[in-house]
Design a protein around this ligand. Structure first.
Ligand SMILES: [Zn+2]
Length: 467
């Protein structure tokens, strides 16, 4: 039982915030939520296995990160921060990915999962391992987090620059059919495993790195397997121009025309979107993941061409994602909420856009909807999975506390998450991660990152003298 939290932000249908409230958990599920006085009366004679005292704590559903790259996690701060998208991909990301071993990906994923747990993310969707998803699944299983996995799939080479024939074999499929066969294998092996903490979807890299044949076959496979599809799409203006030149239309319009869009499709970025394409997304009930951290670091233009306020207004499900640590940098969903709430207010000089409430929905219940998991997670309600986080408000950035949502979005960071419960299990308590040795993972990750830099022949990107 979580006893007597100062606030419980439920994200239930009425968006109730309960003051002085307690939560009862049995097994992996929430079995009661209510005012502490009522819960005490109802459970007077009951002995609980564990009572978490939540005095001066804010409890809310765990964050759902709707777009991450776990295999990219040990590339943190390897790449410089002034790259064009072309150079970012050909000179850095592709050589990095090609040099990854299975063990690198396992440690990278462990670090990513720890990073998420320590900042309050309890569920995520991955954009793709290099090869089978097994090393990522191992990390998810061991850390206790919840996630949707898939492998990175591309069947269209845009540039061979910097890649050896072996690299190309590792990163690209030579046919859509071959890719579909491997995706199906991953889904059969992992979907619904570990008490349904692991799900597997049809995940393809998207953009102009996939052929129309692959999009169509991916859609058909997802229908046949009863799972969702996740990919990058409309992520830059260059990509939109590429589509326009080749297909005569922008990416979202094209995907609609070939029958790819639908309620089980989640698109990451969705920045190069025309006004009329917002309506296409709405009509198809296609979900979108806004990754503000990536837009800022890689100059994608979210404040110039992004249409997230219009999408929200139109009723499109917009979630939030941290993307990869090289593309963006931080795995803190509190930071993403802050950016989502702030960027459009400023660039449009309109303080009414994306209020704190909308940002919190994007990071929780909308993420759950985008991952087709909202019947089980995304809010604190009886019958749902116990995926909960406790913020410690006995810290300067949380005081004074007058409007808990304003404190959360504009003042807090994920660093003030004190305790994390996933699937009814306490996976972090008093900021100590329970299931894995955090210090050992940090050391391994550092060592592996240095080794990858050596193998990929990356030079230091420090612009100031290191003495
Ligand atoms: Zn991405």
């Amino acid at each position: 039982m979580i006893e007597n939290a100062d606030y419980v932000i439920t994200l239930d249908r009425e968006r109730r915030i309960l003051k002085n409230a307690s939560i009862v958990i049995e097994g992996s599920r929430i079995t009661d939520v209510g005012k502490t006085a009522n819960i005490k009366t109802r459970y007077e004679k009951r002995n609980f296995d564990k009572i978490i005292k939540a005095d001066k704590k804010v409890v809310m559903p765990g964050f759902v990160d709707a777009h991450v790259h776990l295999s990219e996690h040990i590339s943190r701060s390897l790449f410089p921060d002034n790259l064009s998208l072309g150079s970012w991909l050909s000179d850095w990301k592709h050589p990095y990915s090609a040099s990854l071993t299975e063990e690198d990906q396992y440690i990278s994923a462990l670090l990513g999962c720890i990073d998420m747990i320590k900042t309050g993310t309890t569920c995520f969707i991955e954009q793709g391992s290099i090869g089978p998803v097994d090393p990522l699944a191992r990390a998810v299983e061991e850390t206790g987090i919840r996630g949707i996995l898939g492998r990175s799939v591309m069947d269209r080479i845009l540039s061979k620059h910097g890649l050896t024939p072996d690299d190309i074999n590792k990163l690209y499929y030579s046919s859509a059919d071959e890719a579909i066969r491997d995706i199906e294998k991953d889904i059969n092996k992992w979907n619904g495993k570990v008490n349904d903490r692991i799900r597997a979807w049809v995940i393809i890299n998207g953009k102009h790195t996939c052929t129309d044949e692959l999009y169509v076959k991916a859609k058909e496979l997802a229908r046949r397997m009863g799972v969702g599809i996740h990919c990058h799409m409309a992520s830059t203006i260059e990509e939109a121009r590429f589509f326009e030149k080749e297909k005569g239309e922008w990416p979202i319009t094209h995907l609609d025309r070939i029958g790819f869009l639908g309620p089980n499709v989640l698109l990451a970025h969705a920045l190069a979107v025309k006004d009329e394409e917002v309506e296409i997304l709405k009509r198809n009930d296609t979900k979108v993941c806004h990754c503000p951290g990536t837009a800022l670091k890689t100059a994608k233009g979210t404040t110039v061409m992004g249409k997230f306020p219009e999408m929200i207004e139109a009723g499109v499900t917009v979630a939030l994602g941290c993307d990869g640590t090289s593309a963006a940098g931080s795995f803190d969903m509190v930071r993403q909420m802050y950016l989502a709430a702030g960027l459009y207010k400023d660039c449009r000089m309109n303080p009414n856009l994306i209020p704190a409430e909308a940002a919190v929905e994007m990071a929780t219940i909308n993420g759950a909807k985008a991952l087709l998991w909202d019947k089980e997670i995304g809010s604190i309600e009886v019958g749902k999975k116990a995926d909960l986080i406790l913020f410690d408000t006995n810290r300067p950035e949380w005081r004074p506390l007058n409007n808990v949502l304003i404190n959360l979005v504009y003042s807090a960071s994920g660093d003030s998450v004190d305790t994390v419960i996933i699937d009814g299990n306490v996976v972090m308590e008093n900021r100590v991660v329970k299931n894995v040795d955090e210090r050992e993972v940090l050391e391994m990750a550092q060592k592996m990152s240095w080794e990858i830099a050596k193998r990929a022949k990356f030079k230091s990107t420090l612009r100031w003298p290191l003495v």
